[in-house]
Design a protein around this ligand. Structure first.
Ligand code: PLP
Length: 349
């Protein structure tokens, strides 16, 4: 029950007592007036990047806060969502003692991060229609279960989970529920950030790597209660988001219209791609997608993967994932790329 939720019981003892590193840029916050900065041992000759970046990324947070209608105190930024996820592990999971719940087939990083942080990963398979098996999850939870990781829309299956399943978890688990929304901009479902106030145990992660087309700059976003954000801020490296990333992210997020146009085009291409895949004889099933990729079941995934490689097309073979035997995952490309993929698929035998 969320009524039993108590953040003090979840945070690691070492983190509770921690005094964060105080950087020069934390101690003196510029108010815009012309100052002489002799506090951080930087090279004084200006080249655009000789100064340390803002450790709190204020300009970017202000913009995201306006766009997403979420107060800045509920936002933390990281070096990709991978760093954000790692910070969550390190703040809340005691090595060799705590456990997390993941729902395969899903994004591989949760398991890798659990391994790195010496945290037991308890896996509860999705149901055959790729939904969280809520009774099984609640069954696996014990007093050392700190986090349930939910990826929605899910990678590699592509579907967004039903709202009531996630709600049931949020309401019946007194640990943290992390909803990874890397693909939310491709989904018709509303982001869970709109109900952040209702769930003190909810953490939502997003990224500029997919819909925003900025995988190269590494910018991940975490939305959560002010209490959770304060804890994560305590342990994050002071300058985890570099100046170039902050600058490029700001430009891109400001260009929201262009991003939305690209997303609309990708969604349109997804529809065209799915229609064409329906006519490929060795494709046995096309899973419905709320993301910018499509998972398909084929007759022989290794063979088809190799044939596509030979034709200079790289896709992802997801067959080693549970419930995903003989599946390939196609990212939606440009119209030309998708046309080529379809032409090649129709030629294969
Ligand atoms: C691609 C992806 C990410 C992105 O991670 P970044 O570190 O922000 O690039 C996160 N979660 C899922 C499920 C993904 O598929």
């Amino acid at each position: 029950m969320t009524s039993a939720f108590n953040i003090d019981k979840l945070v690691r003892e070492t983190v509770k007592g921690l005094q964060p590193y105080s950087s020069a840029r934390d101690e003196y916050v510029s108010d815009g007036s012309k100052m002489i900065f002799l506090d951080a041992n930087e090279n004084p000759f200006e080249n655009g990047l000789n100064r340390y970046p803002d450790p709190q990324q204020r300009s970017l947070k202000t913009l995201l806060s306006e766009q997403k209608q979420i107060p800045e105190q509920n936002i933390l930024l990281g070096n990709g969502s991978d760093e954000v996820l790692d910070l969550i592990f390190r703040a809340f999971c005691e090595p060799n003692q705590d456990n997390i719940i993941t729902l395969p087939p899903t994004y591989g990083m949760y398991k890798v991060l659990a391994g790195i942080n010496a945290i037991e990963n308890r896996e509860v398979l999705l149901t055959s229609n790729f939904e969280p098996d809520v009774p099984q999850i609640l069954e696996k939870i014990d007093k050392n279960s700190k986090i349930v990781f939910i990826c929605s829309p899910n990678n590699p299956t592509g579907n967004a989970f039903q709202r009531k399943n996630i709600e049931e978890l949020l309401e019946n688990f007194s640990g943290l529920v992390v909803i990874d929304e890397a693909y939310i901009d491709f989904s018709e479902n509303q982001s869970w950030i709109s109900v952040l106030d209702n769930y003190p145990n909810l953490i939502v992660t997003q990224t500029l790597s997919k819909a925003y087309g900025m995988a190269g700059i590494r910018l991940g976003i975490c939305y959560a209660s002010a209490e959770i954000i304060t804890i994560l801020n305590k342990i994050k490296p002071p300058y985890n988001v570099n100046q170039l990333t902050q600058y490029q992210a700001l430009k891109r997020v400001l260009d929201d219209t262009l991003v939305q146009e690209e997303v609309a085009q990708i969604l349109n291409e997804r529809k065209i791609l799915v229609n064409a895949l329906n006519e490929v004889v060795f494709i046995e099933k096309i899973y419905s997608s709320d993301a910018n990729f499509v998972l398909v079941k084929v007759d022989d995934a290794s063979k088809r993967y190799q044939q596509l490689l030979d034709a200079n097309v790289v896709v992802r073979n997801r067959s080693n994932q549970p419930l995903c035997e003989n599946t390939l995952r196609f990212t939606v490309g440009t119209p030309e790329e998708n046309k080529k993929l379809i032409a090649i698929l129709k030629e294969l035998n």
